[in-house]
Design a protein around this ligand. Sequence first.
Ligand SMILES: Cc1cc2nc3c(=O)[nH]c(=O)nc-3n(C[C@H](O)[C@H](O)[C@H](O)COP(=O)(O)O)c2cc1C
Length: 202
Amino acid sequence: MKVEPGKPPNNQPSHSFFSSVVVPRPIAFVSTVNEKGQYNAAPFSAFSRLGGSVLAFGISRRGHRKKDTLANIEAVGDFVVNMVDENLAQAMNKASRAFPPEVDEIKETGLTPVKSDKVKSPRIAEAPISIECKLMQTIEVGDTANRHHTIVIGQILLYHIKDEIMTDGNVDHRKAKIIARLGGTDIYCRTTDIFEMRRPNK
Ligand SMILES: Cc1cc2nc3c(=O)[nH]c(=O)nc-3n(C[C@H](O)[C@H](O)[C@H](O)COP(=O)(O)O)c2cc1C
């Protein structure tokens, strides 16, 4: 089957179909602060580390308005990416509701904000991994449906990794139990079904 961008089969919602194509996608549970000092957190799965100390994630518009995460990052210049494990899944999902800007989703979902070391945005205490980032650049992009997205590119300043998910100096994914997104609005996967494969000799 050949499918053009913006034209999903069976007239199903475009977002729902196309989000199931490039998978699995890790979830950046992004915590930020606004200029008044109010905290915010929301999940974004258009996300990856892009090499070196650079990561990026994509934020769509809510109608014509910028989402709170983008407004805060533009105002303050930093953010924290918290990785999501099975314990954090419910809170992450709850935090994705369109709360008004003044609502602190960290508190609202029963999680604990912790002051970061190098940035103004808070990190989330319960996260297995939190990544403090400084805003490098934003890129505005429009897709086929003329929806506007902003790609946020961050420079990684510091990783916080819980000792209990480390084995012999590596992140142990059988312990970390990080989840990822497979598509639609409600399909996720676990990362505990692991196999090894050696790279060919050069
Ligand atoms: C698992 C998951 C992944 C999501 N990924 C994205 C994404 O990549 N880009 C986006 O704009 N919204 C995404 N959302 C929706 C946002 O989390 C949602 O719009 C949220 O209300 C934004 O909050 P804010 O206004 O506080 O920034 C996702 C939601 C969930 C549950």
